[in-house]
Design a protein. Structure first.
Length: 162
């Protein structure tokens, strides 16, 4: 049982780090690897990514900002695991249950493209895995607890990501 408890403590700690900061910290770890010159095979693929990166960054900021604005409009929380005041299903929430995370992911990829950085992109799946298997299940359990069948119906018709 002690091993199980040890696993929960890091997860509990991680849940206190706001999700945007998880993206920032992952990106910074990638920057460190870039700066110290850790080679990555295939890094020539980054040529010509500046304009595409700019578009991705802009689209990501718009999606995440729109989703955030909708939450503020109905006075509900963006903190994983906290009790939501309202179930938001309009705007980008019609297409994905997690538009803030989709937007942050697109902005992250866009930033890496604009700056032609490879290592942050290589590390991004770690953040996506953390969101998908740790954060989102906590959020969804809380939403089921608060909204019950209404959330279950929403979840059955809208995908987790896209």
């Amino acid at each position: 049982m002690q091993g199980r408890h040890a696993i929960r403590n890091p997860i509990r700690f991680l849940m206190h780090i706001p999700v945007p900061w998880v993206f920032v910290l992952t990106y910074l770890a990638g920057l460190v690897l870039e700066r110290i010159g850790v080679p990555f095979k295939g890094s020539t693929l980054v040529h010509g990514t500046g304009a595409i990166g700019g578009v991705l960054f802009g689209v990501g900021v718009i999606i995440a900002g729109w989703a955030q604005w909708l939450f503020r409009k109905v006075h509900t929380t963006t903190v994983p695991g906290q009790r939501s005041a309202s179930l938001v299903t309009s705007g980008p929430y019609r297409f994905t249950r997690n538009p803030m995370y989709v937007g942050l992911t697109l902005a992250y990829l866009g930033e890496a493209g604009m700056l032609r950085q490879v290592w942050p992109v290589v590390l991004l799946p770690l953040t996506i895995a953390y969101l998908n298997w740790i954060v989102i299940p906590v959020e969804e359990a809380r939403l089921v607890e608060v909204f019950g069948e209404e959330y279950e119906q929403y979840r059955s018709r809208v995908r987790r990501w896209v």
